[in-house]
Design a protein around this ligand. Structure first.
Ligand code: AMP
Length: 389
């Protein structure tokens, strides 16, 4: 049912989202602003999205009866989290429209299927890779691709979890013992200048709108700061990024919002690292920075309405707020200095999470400025003001 043409779902209809995290919460905000009711499927009561939804359905994503009853209660559903079991999405598709559908999840939940799709179906550039299912296959793949290389689990990895860099032949066995056994992928280590992302929205009738490249800086494998537009990007790199984004969304036959994470090499060549069939942390700055945000595009695509304009309002930067900010150097709890930060001009987003933990995404700040570098500098200063006052 996911991609069959149907009349647009107009404001007043009920939209569903699988997953109760911050991405779901910002989807709820965008959908409610446009007059939709929103039901959230979450695994615990009081989730960030559930707190602001019209209804929070609590259940296990692996429970087909719970998924079916949720699907039955909404006119269409999307997801904010790609590791929803594909079988559950297939169950939901019997009762409602699901965008993006189970065919998209099937591809993007598995790194080997995803990379093979990117190279062979979408025809976009990816680094050399090999599927690896045994230590012998790992040895053969390392011989073929050379070292350094990165060993990753084929499924369920995120924020650098489930992966190891192999620099020396002696690293192979310990890495296999830590990451395997099970399906894995070995990727050649890419020498990149920076990491960028593209967000692409694809409407029900097949049109695409995209944002980016967005420049992403990570700290401890977690996204730290994003900047749009990525500074000092040659026009031909921006054009190539747009072609890649469209080829991926069309190749997947996805309706909804897709994030494409890329490596930009020193010579400007782009290689796709991975894709996520949902809004992305690097796109949060589109809320203030663009005419239509990534979440509004997700609502419009799901409802079958025309997409909005991704046009930039001003250069924008986003800084994540991790739980670490709620503790001082000695580990004692403290309240971030909100007044000091807000007086520096940032827009504050907090996700309604009850308790702060190290590394937990609690919220983010966005700042617009005259240039992307100014936006980055200002948003960093606004975040620093949370601890310095
Ligand atoms: P991923 O979970 O695939 O997004 O990987 C997490 C991070 O590890 C990326 O953001 C990169 O910084 C780094 N990384 C992943 N794959 C590679 C690779 N093939 N070569 C170099 N760095 C990588």
């Amino acid at each position: 049912m996911s991609n069959s043409p149907h009349a647009p779902l107009l404001p007043g209809a009920t939209l569903g989202v699988f997953g109760g995290g911050q991405l779901g919460r910002m989807f709820v905000h965008a959908a409610q602003r446009m007059g939709y009711r929103v039901h959230v499927f979450s695994t615990h009561r009081g989730s960030p999205a559930g707190l602001v939804a019209d209804h929070e359905h609590v259940g296990a994503l692996s429970d087909p009866r719970s998924v079916a009853s949720f699907a039955f209660s909404v006119d269409a559903a999307t997801l904010e989290f790609e590791n929803v079991p594909t079988e559950s999405i297939a169950v939901a598709e019997r009762h409602t429209i699901v965008r993006p559908g189970s065919h998209v999840l099937h591809t993007t939940q598995h790194r080997v299927r995803e990379k093979t799709f990117l190279r062979d179906t979408a025809g976009v550039p990816v680094g050399p890779f090999a599927p690896v299912n045994t230590l012998d296959e790992l040895r053969a793949a390392a011989d073929r691709l050379g070292l350094p290389a990165v060993l990753k689990t084929a499924q369920m990895g995120y924020d650098g979890k489930g992966q190891r860099v192999l620099r020396d032949p002696a690293d192979l066995q310990p890495a296999w013992e830590a990451i395997g056994p099970g399906e894995c992928i070995l990727e050649a280590f890419i020498d990149f200048r920076r990491e960028v992302s593209m967000l692409v929205a694809r409407g029900a009738e097949g049109s695409c709108e995209f944002y980016g490249p967005i420049e992403n800086e990570h700290a401890n494998h977690i996204l730290d700061v994003s900047v749009l537009p990525a500074p000092e990007t040659r026009p031909e790199v921006t054009d190539a990024a747009g072609r890649i984004a469209t080829a991926v969304a069309e190749g997947l036959d996805a309706v909804g919002l897709i994030c494409i994470e890329l490596f930009e090499r020193p010579d400007g060549e782009l290689l796709v690292n991975e894709i996520a069939p949902r809004p992305h942390n690097s796109g949060h700055l589109t809320i203030e920075g663009c005419r239509a945000s990534q979440f509004e595009q997700q609502v419009r695509a799901l409802a079958g309405l025309p997409l909005g304009s991704p046009e930039s309002v001003a250069p924008a930067a986003m800084a994540n707020l991790l739980g670490d900010l709620w503790f001082d150097g000695s580990g004692a709890p403290r309240e971030p200095d909100w007044a000091a930060s807000l007086s520096a001009g940032a827009s504050l987003h907090l996700y309604g999470k009850e308790s702060a933990r190290e590394g937990r995404k609690m919220g983010h700040l966005t700042q617009l400025a005259a240039s992307p570098d100014d936006a980055r500098q200002h948003v960093r200063a606004s975040r620093q003001a949370l601890v310095d006052g």
